[in-house]
Design a protein around this ligand. Structure first.
Ligand code: ADP
Length: 686
């Protein structure tokens, strides 16, 4: 509940011709300061009444009022208390008005001297917006009211405020009476306030004022205000530029999920935005010895370092950034002790780097994501003069480095997702194939087995010969189904990456002999073509999983036997075209493969016959399994043929064991005697 009526309203009732004017808080501050300065600079002892909306506004000016109080003993300050503002008579009179008083919405300053007078009587325009305003835009708060040098208006305003002061502090009556006498105010306590009719025809008394010094001061304040505004604008513009740059880099890099593109865009935009001579970005880990510069922004005339190797392990600056996980700046590389001292080889190489790349001012900012180092951003100034990196520059580059980190992680996640999708697609294909096999390949032998067994069960009088034929047919088809299921499971296991590779040093000759004996055992009842192992025993050891290597050889030999007549010939030989691997060839003089099918034969379920039942048997999965195995040790497999009836050659590569001396393996020790001996497939426990 308000205790007093609005001073502005009361004044306007007395002077209805006056139209209130709109003032921003900043203008009121300037006007008040100018009025107060007039008191401080003058030699009079004026009456000063100041009413602040809140104690906190008064506190900003308290020092001023103590100085004003040294000029005059008629100083009254009103405010709504917040902490320790109380009714007091110390240096000057303080009047603490109620928090509900209308004065909390008003701003008044009255200065009444012998030769000058001025008053500022305003009321805040409270809008929904102004209530939520923050301190930053406090200066935009709006008021409306009167500011004048007119003595009569000033007197009436003093009159109204004195009445309010007496309401709160009646004990000041005598002091206020004295003020009325001293400043020739009408006797407030005897006379009614003048009515409109009394003052309508009066001429405004402004002649006794000399507003010049006042105006001078006001201009000074306005100038100062303007200067502050320009400064604020400048810092706003810089902030805006920074935000725009971060936004444009962020927007641009978010459009891409390709790490190379992300880094190129980032380096370009950042380099342009900051106007540096050179900007670099590269991927790296803490432990990398070097990085290759692939993404660079250059200003005109600056030498490129694209494609060059950038030192990391022996670069003390890189190591410092990695350790601190924070940006590092060097204003002048030619005087920085980390560079010029050159006490150790790392520092000397840094010196060489600085002079080779003409780096004068340097900034390194790490690109991290959740503490993981993903790369580095570097800014170089190449002269002629060094630059001083500002805190806001570092903050800006840091913000962009964070964005690059996020974009790189997104790109990584996308690539992983794509991988996962491919794996899922492969699994889906496998599943579809399983359905197809069950439909076509398994159903046929199953039907045969069923027919045979039904006949055996339902015809007890069947001749023993026919009974034997029935049983043999059922057994053959059961075996065919078993092979198909086994091959399918093997391929699924290889394709899903669930294979534990047991890589070891192997003697190739022995592997071939083992696979040959497997093949011969399998075909013991059928005549085979002539098979020749041309591989010498004293070859270097190869590096592969023995069981799977024997499996590949056996499958290729099996095929060669299947597709070559007994008059034909099969040879196994090796050649070496590189120091790193050996090429193994299984060649036959059999039916050959059409050139356009040389790649397709490795597809799952490819069979030239395309028939459900073939004279040659087989599942159509053998070569697909071989390809997966060979890829497992990082090799290649391919087929060659001059075409139908011109024989085929199947080649695959296997790495040479790098260290041909006895070696320690992680879970077992390999001795010379056991070394190189392959194990037959099927003994492995998984
Ligand atoms: P399959 O179990 O049918 O042999 P593979 O995947 O091992 O399955 O072979 C796929 C197909 O490739 C065979 O059906 C055959 O048509 C062709 N093929 C494989 N090896 C030879 C070879 N040595 N000569 C001619 N054709 C071959």
């Amino acid at each position: 509940m308000s205790r007093s009526k609005s001073v502005l309203t009361q004044l306007l009732q007395i002077f209805p011709q006056w139209r209130p004017q709109m003032y921003f808080k900043a203008s009121l501050t300037a006007l008040s300061h100018a009025m107060e300065d007039q008191v401080l600079a003058g030699s009079e002892e004026p009456l000063v009444i100041a009413s602040f909306q809140r104690e906190r506004f008064y506190r900003q000016e308290a020092q001023r009022y103590r100085r004003i109080a040294q000029k005059s003993n008629q100083v009254y300050v009103l405010a709504a208390p917040e902490t320790d503002f109380k009714n007091r008579s110390d240096d000057y009179e303080t009047i603490a008005f109620d928090n509900e008083d209308t004065l909390t919405q008003e701003w008044h300053l009255i200065v009444l001297g012998d030769t000058y007078s001025s008053c500022l009587i305003c009321q805040e325009k409270i809008t929904a917006q102004s209530q939520t305003m923050t301190a930053v835009i406090d200066n935009n708060r709006r008021f409306e009211g009167i500011w004048t040098f007119d003595r009569r208006v000033t007197e009436q305003a003093a009159h109204i405020l004195f009445k309010t002061i007496l309401d709160y502090r009646p004990e000041l009556e005598e002091k206020i009476q004295n003020a009325c006498t001293q400043y020739r105010l009408s006797d407030l306590f005897k006379e009614e306030p003048p009515q409109q009719k009394d003052i309508d025809n009066t001429t405004w008394d402004v002649t006794n004022n000399n507003p010049d010094p006042f105006v001078q001061r006001l201009v000074t304040y306005l100038q100062a205000g303007q200067y502050k505004l320009i400064k604020a604008n400048r810092s706003l513009a810089a902030k805006e530029h920074k935000e725009r740059l971060i936004n444009s880099v962020t927007t641009a890099i978010r459009l891409s999920l390709d790490p190379d593109e992300i880094m190129q865009i980032a380096v370009q935009k950042l380099g342009e935005g900051l106007g540096v001579c050179r900007c670099l970005v590269y991927r790296c880990k803490e432990t990398d010895p070097t990085a290759t510069i692939e993404h660079e922004f250059l200003n005109q005339g600056i030498p490129s370092i694209k494609g060059q190797t950038w030192p990391l392990r022996h670069n003390p600056l890189f190591q410092e950034v990695v350790e601190l996980r924070d940006a590092l700046t060097i204003d002048n590389a030619s005087s920085d002790p980390r560079i010029i001292n050159g006490a150790n080889p790392s520092e000397q190489s840094l010196q060489t780097l600085v002079s080779r790349c003409s780096i004068l001012s340097w900034m390194l900012v790490p690109i991290c994501y959740r503490g993981r180092l993903l790369g580095m951003l570097e800014l170089h100034h190449c002269g002629p003069k060094p630059v001083t990196w500002k805190e806001e520059d570092v903050a800006l580059v840091n913000a962009i480095a964070t964005q690059i980190g996020v974009a790189l992680i997104q790109a990584e996640a996308y690539a992983n997702l794509q991988d996962l999708n491919e794996q899922l697609e492969a699994l889906d294909r496998t599943r579809s194939n399983l359905v197809a096999i069950t439909g076509h390949e398994l159903r046929t032998p199953l039907s045969t087995i069923q027919v045979c067994l039904e006949s055996l069960a339902s015809e007890p009088d069947m001749s023993p010969e026919l009974r034997q034929v029935m049983l043999n047919t059922a057994l053959q088809d059961a075996e065919r189904m078993r092979k198909l299921v086994q091959d399918f499971l093997t391929l699924s296991q290889l394709e899903s990456g669930r294979v534990e590779w047991n890589i070891e040093a192997l003697n190739l000759h022995e592997c071939i002999e083992l696979s040959l004996s497997n093949v011969r055992a399998r075909h013991k009842d059928t005549p085979l073509p002539n098979i020749e192992n041309l591989v010498k025993e004293e070859l270097p050891l190869v590096k592969a999983d023995g069981e799977w290597l024997v499996e590949v050889l056996a499958k290729l030999l099996d095929n060669a036997c299947k597709f070559t007549s007994e008059e034909g010939k099969i040879t196994i030989e090796v050649s070496s075209h590189s120091r790193n691997h050996i090429e193994v060839t299984v060649a036959d003089t059999g039916r050959g493969i059409e050139p356009k099918r040389l790649e397709t034969v490795f597809d799952r379920f490819y069979q030239e016959e395309g028939a459900l039942r073939r004279s040659t048997g087989g599942t159509g999965l053998g070569l697909a399994i071989c390809r997966q195995i060979v890829r497992g040790w990082g090799g290649k497999i391919w087929a060659e043929s001059q075409g139908k009836d011109h024989g085929s050659q199947f080649h695959f590569t296997v790495p040479i064991y790098p260290d041909q001396m006895p070696i320690q393996r992680s879970n077992q020790t390999m001795t010379r005697s056991s070394r190189g001996k392959p194990k037959a497939k099927g003994k492995r426990k998984k």
